[in-house]
Ligand binder design. Structure first.
Ligand code: R5P
Length: 297
């Protein structure tokens, strides 16, 4: 197996290789003056299982293009199997036509990956696992969706938040709160969130929860503008929660997301390294390495 960290996931790719006890062979990369990417694979892949590790956080389009280039190159150079590890899968939130005429970007990304020559795709906490499965059914690429939420919850437990209440900011993320609740042991629940598709504005309905005087943690797949997380944190604070943690798998943190979440009353912010940021305290390298080991056994 050859581990090929792409330009967007060099450290994580090296971490995965380290967990597997193999060398990493980072793809060579540079940007042309006009912004186009140059990509070169640095290890022979013929007859090998080539594992390409490339997250697709902003700038998504550039990183996706680099991913397609690495995938097509490995396939074109006769890798036996091309496994794309895309820890954060961009465009996964547009998984249905909310308004007539909208592009189904999740399907398009899966289709392009398959067309480039990917045999397998491994993602972490895809925005909607059901939509990912549906998209996969239209294609022959194998898709694995792993969750990092138990790792985030374990990390919070190590930080002294054992027994905290686990909250999802909306019904779509309730499975995340439930998974975290199993680790933290303080119960779980969710708020209701509705987003206006035309303006992007969110409305959150805060339910009465058993959090007064207790620690609590909000779990979401993505923090982008921070609006969702900030509303959920504020809702917990308003109900008298003691310490409140904001946890997510994919820390996109656009604009003033950090400030919004802290001003809403969060005591700490934790995330994984699917997107490398200052909040990446939890690594998904072992989780991915274990899956790769099992897949290729
Ligand atoms: C959407 O349903 C996702 O699970 C996240 O809640 C959302 O993407 C977070 O976005 P933002 O940080 O911009 O509110």
């Amino acid at each position: 197996m050859i581990i090929i960290p792409g330009p967007a996931s060099r450290a994580l790719g090296e971490g995965i290789a380290g967990e597997l006890g193999v060398d990493a062979h980072p793809a060579e990369h540079r940007a042309f003056p006009d912004g186009e990417s140059y990509i070169r694979l640095t290890a022979p892949v013929k007859g090998e299982i080539a594992v390409i590790v490339q997250t697709t956080s902003p700038p998504q389009d550039t990183r996706l293009m680099q991913l397609f280039m690495m995938t097509a190159t490995a396939a074109g150079l006769d890798a036996e199997r091309v496994v794309c590890v895309v820890p954060y899968l961009a465009y996964a939130r547009q998984d249905k036509r909310f308004l007539g005429g909208e592009a189904l970007s999740l399907d398009i990304v899966i289709h392009l990956l398959e067309a480039a020559g990917a045999d397998d795709l491994i993602v972490i906490d895809a925005h909607n696992a059901g939509s990912l499965r549906r998209a996969q059914r239209q294609h022959s690429i194998g898709v694995e969706n792993l969750t990092a939420v138990p790792l985030l919850a374990e990390h919070l437990r190590e930080l002294g938040l054992g027994g905290a209440y686990s909250l999802a900011p909306d019904g779509g993320a309730v499975h995340l709160a439930e998974a975290a609740g199993e680790v933290l042991g303080g119960g779980s629940g969710f708020f209701e969130k509705r987003r206006n598709r035309m303006t992007g504005e969110i409305e959150m309905t805060v339910r009465e929860l058993d959090v007064r005087g207790r620690d609590a943690a909000v779990f979401d797949d993505i923090i982008s503008s921070g609006g969702t997380m900030a509303r959920a944190v504020a809702g917990l604070r308003a109900q008298g929660a003691r310490r409140v943690a904001a946890a997510c798998t994919h820390a996109l943190f656009r604009g003033d997301a950090e400030r919004r979440i802290l001003e809403a009353g969060a005591d700490l912010i934790v995330a994984t390294d699917t997107v490398a940021t200052k909040f990446s305290q939890v690594s998904v390298a072992r989780l991915i390495a274990e899956r790769l080991r099992a897949m290729t056994r």
